[in-house]
Design a protein around this ligand. Structure first.
Ligand code: GLU
Length: 449
């Protein structure tokens, strides 16, 4: 007799926890998805029969490699590189590469697992993978970053390809790094395979709006979610964390829509600028000078730099966590609620701890999970892949309107699934169920593989 959905979820969850007990972030991501799946399994016993969940929690392939490189003083360093190819039932593996000292196999796996569902929601025919290295680009010269990227790609190049696996950026990997990675790939492959990486420079195969896409997309998603609940962005204040491209372009789009983003942050502290973040100055400091946020405060009289502390201590209508995983703690959530937050929109991947999420959920705060809200980045990567394949090039306006349409669709699919499974407006339930059904159906159609 077939297991009941309850027994099945329990069994596979226990298996994941047993096998990967040293990977807390990965288990957190798995648990969050599993918590939504009961009603789906009740409707689809074939998912149990085909052991879809058990297959899904095991990546199709995991690659771990040595990355040796020379610093500017000719000292040899060795980092650990990863590419985890999680699921290819909907298309080639697709997802970013993260360079950050915190990178380990559990972090890459959590990101790869999230990517499965996020990429499905874009409806762009992309599978899921993620990679990275425990390399810290901070304080490294261009030449050091280039040598590191060349060494990283020397191994990675064996495993990727425009129809196989298409990496892009993530934390610590922006257009500079993608350039160095692409240059090394081209040299090793002896072919100009544009579609092997996304996030390229717009002068050499990159898509317009890719840099802005994750941040803009999160705000487009928020706009839809807020409208459905009777709110707008105009005239409201937003707290944004982080100061990478997700944060910068989320803040920019919030201001385009008449809202006011009043904070950004880095690992040492945060800026509060009640007059609204000056986006041009922020870009100058972060993108051009690669300087710290203290530089922003030094040049903007209305801004205050707060060393240490948390950006979530500031009062605002919306919270856009755009920095990193688990950046909103239970205590941060209490403060945000006390200050009357209306909506939380995840620009980063899994920035809300489970305890914080429970508080938001209880308080019925509008909550947009990252796998839906930040899908605009990878969706625009897929648009880059199609332009590369067709050897065509779209202008900024066309690219932005395609992104906008995709985010509306991600929102609507997510909302509809939340309704279908009995909790209208529960976007976590909606995102997990809508995407899971797409992936599970493809897995079953393609047989046990
Ligand atoms: N790293 C981004 C994400 O978390 C983008 C991935 C991509 O463009 O492939 O979705």
């Amino acid at each position: 007799m077939l297991q009941s959905p309850e027994e099945h979820l329990d069994e596979v969850r226990t298996l994941a926890h047993k096998r990967d007990r040293h990977q807390p972030e990965y288990l957190q991501a798995v648990d969050e998805v599993f918590d939504s799946l009961l009603p789906v399994l009740h409707e689809h016993p074939e998912y149990i029969e085909n052991r879809v969940l058990e297959r899904l929690i095991e990546p199709e392939r995991q690659i771990m490699f040595r990355v040796p490189w020379f610093d500017d003083n000719n000292r040899v360093h060795v980092n650990r590189g990863y590419r985890i190819q999680f699921s290819s039932s909907l298309g080639p593996y697709k997802g970013g590469i993260r360079f950050h000292p915190s990178v380990n196999v559990g972090i890459v796996k959590f990101l790869g697992f999230e990517q499965i569902f996020k990429n499905a929601l874009t409806m762009q025919g992309i599978g899921a993978g993620k990679g990275g290295a425990d390399f810290d680009p901070r304080g490294r010269s261009n030449a050091e970053v280039m040598r590191f990227c060349q060494s990283f790609m020397t191994e990675l190049s064996r495993h990727i390809g425009e129809q196989t696996d298409v990496p892009a950026g993530d934390i610590g990997v922006g257009s500079r790094e993608i350039g160095y990675l692409f240059g090394q790939y081209r040299r090793l492959a002896n072919r100009y395979e544009s579609g092997v990486l996304t996030g390229k420079g717009t002068g050499w195969g990159g898509a317009e709006v890719r840099t802005q896409a994750t941040g803009y997309g999160a705000v487009f998603f928020a706009e839809e979610m807020l409208a459905k609940a009777g709110y707008g962005i105009h005239g409201r204040t937003a707290l944004v964390s982080g100061s990478g491209n997700v944060a910068i372009y989320a803040a920019e789009k919030i201001q385009h829509l008449g809202g006011k983003a009043i904070t950004v942050s880095d690992s040492n502290g945060y800026i509060v600028d009640e007059s609204g973040i000056d986006i041009d100055l922020l870009k100058q400091v972060k993108e051009v000078e690669r300087a710290r946020l203290t530089e922003y405060a030094a040049r903007k009289p209305s801004a205050r730099y707060v060393e240490g502390g948390s950006v979530w201590d500031v009062a605002g209508d919306f919270a856009f966590p755009c920095a990193t995983q688990n950046e909103i703690s239970e205590e941060n959530a209490r403060t945000l609620l006390k200050n009357g937050v209306i909506a939380v929109v995840e620009g980063a991947n899994m920035p809300t701890t489970p305890e914080a999420f429970d508080l938001f959920h209880e308080a019925k705060v509008l909550f947009a999970p990252g796998k839906a809200a930040n899908a605009g980045g990878v969706a625009t990567s897929a648009l880059e892949m199609s332009q590369n394949a067709a050897r065509s090039r779209w202008d900024f306006d066309k690219s932005e309107s395609r992104l906008h349409a995709i985010m509306r669709n991600v929102h609507d699919k997510t909302y509809e699934a939340s309704e279908r499974y009995g909790q209208p407006g529960d976007y976590v339930l909606g995102a997990n169920t809508a995407s899971f059904v797409m992936v599970a159906d493809a897995m079953i159609a393609q047989g046990v593989c």
